[in-house]
Ligand binder design. Structure first.
Ligand code: SAJ
Length: 406
């Protein structure tokens, strides 16, 4: 890492104070930068200015508190002039799995009047190939800036894993791709002031597709595991045993099947590849479809099991999108429980140990759910559920989508 010379005089404006923007803003604040964070939601701004957080992520509360108390992190609803602008706003998809770049576009328009010669503008939001050039650089040019000469623009995808964000923000290697070589150089120098991993230089388009390729790689590999789970079920073979045996091969590493793929990234980003190359991205599209189809298959299993009872009591274990987080974004577990409720398949008892309440479902302690249910449906591999033993559940039907019960 470079030394801290000059950091104290530098101002950073971070647009979007969510799962990426807030950890990044507070980390930069504790490094000594003067950080102004921007969010369009007033409640988020107020919470952060009080030194508190609106999302759950290990150790983030301590970091935000320290950055705010030191005076280095302040939040507001409007951007301010800065040396570096970092855009970390959501990029969801809209109808037909087409990317919705409206937040990126709005952020670029918000900062454009504040950008001055010598400034660096970085996009971190996961985006389709061409976004940095076609949205960010274009809008800055419309405001009279000469991109690559007096204003520098680069793409640097976030790559942090929810649950490990603060560690990975510093330790992970970063890919930085500028619009033009000078932009790349400026952005690489900036990341080197706080990243301990390697910082690799490329162009913006390559950096954009690198991020999409990473998440598509994971999606395709999870789809392979999910497809195997359906084949194993038909053949009467235990998929968990199969995966662990196949993985004894030195060049095989099959991922874990589950109830589907959730989170705000892996279930979304591959569509950004498909949207630009529909005829070519065949495997990526099918992987998405396989993973999106898994919840239906799980519901079918529950339905068949419930038919064996007059009114089955179904214990649903977990709502989060993955183990040991309280994050429900795009969670297949939520979708499955919602459908079971809508279709009135049995009486539902629901446990999510990482939440105290949920706006749609009544939550119960998981021990109570396990003891009262006829059918145990494991949807998340939380550590609490990993304590369950098959020998103690002999009287019940167990549908374990995560392979936690042994
Ligand atoms: N899952 C499985 N089986 C597995 C692994 C995961 O079913 O073997 C499921 C999880 O339960 C979850 C989903 O996949 O529903 C995604 O979880 P994840 O842990 O694979 O990934 P995310 O979404 O938390 O974070 C990913 C990471 N990308 C990669 O690992 C390539 C992270 O590094 C990215 O920064 C993040 O997406 C992002 O923001 O793009």
């Amino acid at each position: 890492m470079e030394n801290d010379m000059g950091i104290r005089d530098k101002k950073i404006c971070v647009l979007g104070l969510g799962y990426i923007g807030l950890p990044t803003a507070s980390l930069l604040g504790t490094k000594g930068y003067q950080v102004h964070g921007v969010d369009t939601v007033g409640e988020v701004v107020d919470t952060i200015n009080q030194g508190r957080i609106h999302i759950t992520e290990p150790d983030l509360d301590v970091l935000v508190k320290s950055a705010v108390q030191s005076g280095n992190l302040k939040a507001g609803k409007e951007p301010q002039p800065a040396d570096v602008f970092i855009i970390a706003v959501p990029t969801p998809f809209k109808d037909g799995h087409q990317p919705d770049l409206s937040h990126v576009e709005a952020a670029a328009r918000m900062i454009a009047p504040h950008v001055r010669a010598g400034n660096l503008v970085i996009l971190e939001s996961t985006s389709p190939v061409g976004t940095t050039e076609d949205v960010i650089a274009r809008i800055l040019r419309e405001h009279g800036h000469r991109v690559g000469t007096d204003v520098f623009v680069a793409y640097c995808p976030e790559r942090v894993l929810p649950g490990r964000i603060l560690t990975e923000l510093v330790e992970n290697d970063r890919i930085v791709g500028g619009v033009g070589e000078t932009s790349t150089e400026e952005a690489v120098s900036f990341y080197k002031t706080f990243v301990r991993g390697e910082v690799y230089a490329t162009n913006a388009r390559t950096a954009e597709l690198t991020k999409l390729a990473e998440n598509s790689f994971r999606d395709v590999n999870i789809a392979f595991a999910n497809e195997l789970s359906l084949i194993c079920d038909q053949e009467g073979i235990n998929v968990w045993e199969l995966v662990s045996l196949a993985n004894r091969h030195p060049r095989v590493n099959i991922l874990r099947p589950g109830p589907g793929v959730g989170g705000h990234c892996i279930a979304v980003d591959p569509w950004f590849v498909v949207s630009r190359a529909p005829a070519l991205a065949r495997l990526i599209r099918v992987a998405r479809e396989v993973n999106d189809g898994k919840p239906d298959w799980v519901i079918g299993k529950v339905r068949t099991s419930a038919e064996k009872f007059k009114k089955a009591v179904i214990g649903c274990l977990g709502l989060a999108f993955k183990a040991d987080v309280d994050d429900l974004r795009e969670s297949p577990a939520v979708g499955i429980v919602r459908r079971l409720k809508e279709e009135q398949i049995g009486e539902l008892l629901i446990a999510e140990p990482y939440l105290t309440r949920h706006k749609e479902f009544d939550l119960l302690p998981y021990e109570e759910v396990v003891s009262r249910a006829d059918i145990i449906l494991v949807l998340v591999d939380h550590k609490q559920f990993r304590k369950l033993r098959a020998a103690d559940l002999k009287e019940k039907i167990v549908i374990d989508t995560r392979g936690v019960i042994i």
